[in-house]
Design a protein around this ligand. Structure first.
Ligand SMILES: [Zn+2]
Ligand SMILES: [Zn+2]
Length: 193
């Protein structure tokens, strides 16, 4: 396990992801249209999404995330009323974490915010799941999909992964892993409007 630096593209927002290893988090590539729309909304589709519209995300708990500088730059977007909180930095529009809400010990951090250099596969491990592939875009002129390899892949959101996430959520909830929380105040309100 190791501590990994978190940093937005311009360097204003800095932090640390604690106790990171391929087993203390889960690496997932999501091809859903919402993730694509989010990247587009913040104008970062060029370097957040891979060639097929997928976002490389590392799922950890809020207690592992510490923001050390520029917390006031954090903003969130909800693509629908009941949508998840998609945090990004106001300074340079770097995605900073997807969260269901203040009570659930879950945060998905997009690759752009995690400083792994070329050691991504070594530090975060291989892509465990490639999900929502029904939303993947096929670059023009290519016949064969050349999506990044994953241990498991699915057209939608696989029930097996859902069960894994919920089991983990339950255990982490009992352990209080939604605190401390860099994105929500103790009363459950987001740190920014
Ligand atoms: Zn920035
Ligand atoms: Zn998605």
């Amino acid at each position: 396990m190791t501590d990994i630096a978190l940093e937005c593209s311009c360097g204003k927002v800095k932090g640390v992801a604690h106790k990171i290893s391929p087993t203390t988090g889960r690496r997932v590539i999501c091809y859903c249209k919402d993730c694509q729309n989010f990247a587009r909304e913040i104008g970062r589709e060029g370097d957040v999404l891979n060639a097929h519209g997928g976002t490389d995300i590392f799922q950890i708990t809020p207690s592992q995330v510490e923001i050390t500088e520029g917390q006031d730059q954090l903003r969130y977007l909800k693509l629908s009323e009941k949508g998840i909180y998609r945090w990004y930095t106001d300074c340079c529009k770097t995605p900073a974490g997807n969260m269901v809400g203040p009570k659930l010990p879950f945060v998905g951090i997009a690759h752009n915010f995690i400083s792994c250099g070329n050691d991504r596969d070594k530090i975060l491990g291989p892509v465990r799941y490639s999900v929502m592939e029904q939303g993947a875009v096929k670059p023009e002129g290519t016949e064969i999909k050349t999506m990044p390899p994953a241990e498991k892949s699915a057209e939608k959101f696989p029930i097996g992964l859902m069960i894994k996430i919920f089991t983990r959520l339950f255990i982490d909830k009992v352990r209080g892993k939604n605190r401390p929380n860099a994105f929500f105040k103790p009363d459950g309100t987001p740190i920014s409007e």
